[in-house]
Design a protein around this ligand. Structure first.
Ligand SMILES: *[C@@H]1O[C@H](CO)[C@@H](O)[C@H](O)[C@H]1NC(C)=O
Ligand SMILES: *[C@@H]1O[C@H](CO)[C@@H](O)[C@H](O)[C@H]1NC(C)=O
Ligand SMILES: *[C@@H]1O[C@H](CO)[C@@H](O)[C@H](O)[C@H]1NC(C)=O
Ligand SMILES: *[C@@H]1O[C@H](CO)[C@@H](O)[C@H](O)[C@H]1NC(C)=O
Ligand SMILES: *[C@@H]1O[C@H](CO)[C@@H](O)[C@H](O)[C@H]1NC(C)=O
Length: 474
């Protein structure tokens, strides 16, 4: 009898486990390339293997005529191995990735200007193109010496290849990169439409998922930094403190319960648990509703459109239907009396996000605010925000960094290259005709020994013999 009961109990436990415990399947992208640039060995960071770019792979290849690998002189303890090596390019070069499934791809470029006696990486200056998109111009690997800089993009790929080209800005400059990630994004990461906040009007913005984006700011509100280790898409979310205008009236909240992701709503890939389980609130503790807004300000660059994604999750209310608030982007009301219970399908602790497209203006800041509305209640939560993402959108010439389209940037390099190529060809012709004359004069006395033309290819390492060569990036 006892065993029967315990067996019954065990099977009930099993049933319970399978019905109520929802395992969090981790996202497995179809395209998932992690490259350790300039390294001879693979390197594992947070359980992810970055493959050496000198190993042969059918799906990725480096195409460069003048490149070498560089190692950091001193290793900084605690820094991932991928930042100890770099690949340096003296001429336009590209990595080519086979795309198994077209669609949105996340691209991360890792730069670290480490100390090396061979080369000062701070002297680099280069442009980076991703397919036809200009992603960086006149770039030198970030502002802060000694700290890695990760640039992150979301790129719509409608072809079988994704090419990342590094183009030195001038003949005397060079380009470098430490690591590259190319990952298929989940289909629901960027939707087709958003609300376009155009002055006081709010219109529909179409074709959002075909734009290119650079991640300008990604912030978790009220919580600690979220590292790639704790994010299903290996993103980094910074704490919001540096962007919050005034923290006087706000309360930080941490929620220890389970975040309830629902089908068709924000998924774990849109925002991880660690972002939704913290927030800042405006709270009414007595019979009056605070007359304040919570405002965050983000530096942006004039002349670009930005996608603003605001993440909400009611981890604060004691029951449904108590939280109503207003949401503002650049001071314009974009949500009046937002009812988080209704938009989250009447579940507490269930995430919801909203996308807005805005034009950056000459003020150089983009602001988002939440504040009490006329429906806000006493003795309740009167506004909440859990996370914000600010993504820069490509301009009409297909650039995220400047007004020059990709063809023009490449043309500049070719013009520079032709500048030294023509005299070189002239010299070769001269030498050849001279040698022909000498040859005739000597009249077969001695065969003219073949001699190597002077070129500046001396920096190619033997490893480069393995790399497929192509002189010109097209
Ligand atoms: C890069 O900087 C140089 C001057 O340092 C400038 O002449 C050039 O226009 C810049 N190129 C781009 C693409 O911004
Ligand atoms: C991941 O998240 C957990 C729980 O929030 C935290 O304790 C841990 O330190 C985080 N790990 C990393 C590597 O960020
Ligand atoms: C409610 O509390 C706030 C501080 O939290 C205080 O400034 C305000 O005067 C109080 N209002 C009333 C009506 O007690
Ligand atoms: C909150 O911000 C909006 C938009 O900037 C503004 O209209 C409103 O007056 C602000 N409320 C308070 C209490 O400052
Ligand atoms: C971004 O580039 C695409 C194609 O290159 C273009 O259709 C789109 O209009 C650009 N976006 C903006 C906001 O100009």
């Amino acid at each position: 009898m006892e065993t029967l009961i315990s067996k019954l109990g065990f099977s009930l436990l099993l049933i319970y486990t399978f019905t109520f415990y929802v395992p969090s399947f981790s996202f497995s992208p179809i395209d998932n390339y992690l490259i350790n640039c300039g390294a001879s060995l693979d390197s594992v960071v947070d359980n992810r293997r970055f493959i050496s770019d000198s190993s042969d792979s059918p799906d990725t290849r480096l195409s460069s005529s003048r490149t070498f690998s560089l190692c950091a002189g001193t290793l900084q303890p605690g820094q991932p191995q991928i930042y100890h090596t770099a690949r340096v390019f003296n001429a336009p070069s590209k990595y080519v990735f086979n795309v198994k499934e077209p669609g949105m791809h996340s691209v991360r470029l890792h730069f670290h200007r480490f100390i090396s006696s061979r080369l000062n990486l701070g002297n680099s200056q280069f442009h980076v193109l991703i397919n036809e998109l200009v992603s960086l111009t006149n770039f030198s690997g970030g502002n802060l010496m000694g700290y890695p800089k990760v640039m992150e993009y979301l790129i719509w790929v409608n072809s079988e290849k994704l090419e990342i080209a590094f183009v030195p800005a001038r003949k005397s400059n060079f380009a470098f990169v430490n690591a590259i990630e190319v990952i298929s994004a989940p289909k629901d990461l960027v939707l087709e439409t958003a609300q376009y906040v155009n002055g006081v009007k709010v219109e529909k913005f179409e074709g959002l998922n075909k734009q290119a984006f650079e991640v300008a700011h990604r912030v978790t509100v009220g919580g600690v930094k979220v590292t790639p280790f704790n994010d299903s898409l290996w993103r980094t979310w910074m704490p919001d403190d540096a962007y919050l205008k005034s923290s006087k009236e706000s309360t930080k909240l941490y929620f220890g319960g389970r975040i309830k992701y629902q089908d068709g709503a924000a998924s774990r890939e849109v925002g991880p648990d660690n972002v939704y389980n913290s927030a800042r609130l405006i709270q009414s503790k007595n019979a009056s509703i605070p007359n304040v807004n919570l405002t965050w300000e983000f530096p942006v660059i004039d002349d670009y459109k930005y996608l603003v994604r605001m993440h909400f999750c009611d981890i604060a209310s004691i029951s449904l239907g108590l939280l109503f608030f207003n949401v503002y982007v650049n001071g314009h009301l974009v949500y009046k009396d937002l009812d988080l219970s209704a938009v989250a399908n009447y579940e507490l602790a269930s995430p919801f996000y909203a996308d807005f497209v805005v034009d950056a203006d000459c003020s150089g800041v983009l602001s988002v605010s939440v504040g009490p509305s006329s429906k806000s209640m006493e003795y309740a939560v009167d506004a909440i925000l859990n996370g914000v993402e600010i993504l820069k959108m490509n301009n009409s010439v297909g650039s995220l960094d400047g007004k020059l389209p990709a063809e023009l940037l490449l043309k500049c390099w070719h013009r520079g290259a032709i500048g030294i190529l023509l005299p070189l060809i002239a010299l070769v012709c001269l030498l050849m005709s001279l040698s022909a004359i000498m040859h005739r004069r000597k009249n077969k006395v001695d065969a003219v020994p073949w001699s190597k033309l002077p070129t500046d290819d001396h920096e190619i390492s033997p490893k480069q013999a393995k790399l497929q060569l192509s002189n010109i990036v097209t």
